[in-house]
Write a protein that binds this ligand. Sequence first.
Ligand SMILES: Nc1ncnc2c1ncn2[C@@H]1O[C@H](COP(=O)(O)OP(=O)(O)OP(=O)(O)O)[C@@H](O)[C@H]1O
Length: 291
Amino acid sequence: MTDQYTTTALRDSRPQDGTAEPEIKVCVRGLLKQFPAKDRMVTALDSLDLDIPRGQFFMIVGPSGCGKTTLLRILAHLEQPTAGTVEVLRSTEGRPENSMVFQGDSIFPWMTVWDNASYGLRMRGAPAAEIKETVGHYLDKTGLTAFADCYPHQLSGGMRQRVSIARAFANDPDVLLMDEPFSALDEQNKTLLQSELLRIWDETRKTVIFITHSVDEAVTLGDRIMIMTSRPGRAKAFVDVPFERPRDVLELRHRPEYGEIVYDIWQHLRDEVNNAQVTAPQSQQRRWFRR
Ligand SMILES: Nc1ncnc2c1ncn2[C@@H]1O[C@H](COP(=O)(O)OP(=O)(O)OP(=O)(O)O)[C@@H](O)[C@H]1O
């Protein structure tokens, strides 16, 4: 394993006249990640290069086992790359580099909604007035104000994911990392939460990196979509989503261009999903078709 991992501050590369290139918030170069298995190394990610501009809603789709979660875990410092570099442009002092929202319950079961949502701010010693205002704002935006004193077991799955989202935004990170946050929800709740997430995101325009197995979700939410190859995961294609913001989730799905982009992504994905079915362990097979 090399020690090439760096999360140094990138220089602000914007031209001084404020035109042209957006600044790059997340820069990945030559990323390789291998895990030791019984008698060999499993290469999860290989030769991955990425530039994600500040404020982009960046979506990642790819077959099961292609390294999506591994990439997010590396960005969250939960894994070290085997080789390559990952750089995140940091903004003001004191803000966390990232917050992560997972698929399952990622909130503390022993804390109330308010305590969960305020956790990050409290941990970094934010002033009480700021905590009150910020957490109050995001609980309001996620429809949880009336549930501030409830514990997670008193909430539905959709409400628990709302708490995760409120906590992540209240934490005000440089980059928001989301790993299939809505995949366990039913269709109605998923659509509702997608709309809510877009509304909240529109206020802040945070840089988001969001993994999904749903091509529809990728097109609905994203500015840009990376389609990954089957393992070892590489970038197979990037698709820019042309829809304006703010977006209306239901209205969007009626547009002919929406169907065209979904079809285009499936064209890229089809072979990769088939490859993954051939090589994946049983536990990972048919995941695409169950969702
Ligand atoms: N800690 C680990 N030890 C060994 N192998 C691992 C480890 N974590 C991930 N892997 C392997 O790395 C590969 C990529 O896994 P990862 O979870 O990143 O894929 P994924 O694209 O997120 O999959 P899914 O869509 O099914 O969630 C898989 O083959 C997985 O078995």
